[in-house]
Design a protein around this ligand. Sequence first.
Ligand code: 13P
Length: 252
Amino acid sequence: MALRPYIVGNWKMNGTRAMLTEAGAIDRGAARHPGVQVGIAPPFTLVQAMAEAVEAIVVGGQDCHTQASGAYTGDVSAAMLADAGAGFVIVGHSERRAIHGEKDADVRAKAEAALAAGLGVIVCVGETEAQRDAGKAEAVVTAQIAGSLPQGEGAAAQLTVAYEPVWAIGTGRVPSAEDVSAMHRAIRAKLVALLGEAGSEVRILYGGSVNAGNAAELLGCDDVGGALVGGASLMADSLLSIVLAAAGPGDD
Ligand code: 13P
């Protein structure tokens, strides 16, 4: 059974309490499209307030620590996110991998911590431009999947994979529909190889410069089960246009 399309906004390090009005507008808009699952990952500081303010959407974190608690100044655990009302967490975003030096093993440990805390988890993967130019995109991405996915019984049920080519993030550049389809098919094959039948049910989101104008084409590519949206998720109008594209004809 195909899962609902999943549209997730990653607010990155953007948003103060004034942005809760935008989240409210996103929530009201999402309520009109029950066939689409909508999530927002605001900065940690807004998780609790947003989770308390919304009804139709799910709120998530953008990262979590591998441990539930301890002497880790500045870090936030998956259990703390769950306690604040989060329903999911993004792990392994390319900005975490590049800026904070996170490796596949770190991403896997974080994903497993998230599952242990009862959260859904979105594991991000994606190649750099140099890797794509060298013809290594699929090899890089499938290796990231093999190294980053949480292990253990039942992990697939709470798992989402997000394919975000690093060179498409925040640049306005997107891969061709053929390239998105080819990569998502390769990811699907890897998921099935690793997880068996359960791997065919894991949603694979596309992320990287998704906007109202290109969402329908990207969401129509093979094995694309939704979108992970950065810049265009900060305003209700643009995110809701993407939700509408995911809902398809019939919704308005
Ligand atoms: P943009 O949509 O701003 O390119 O960001 C994508 C992203 O990194 C989402 O996680």
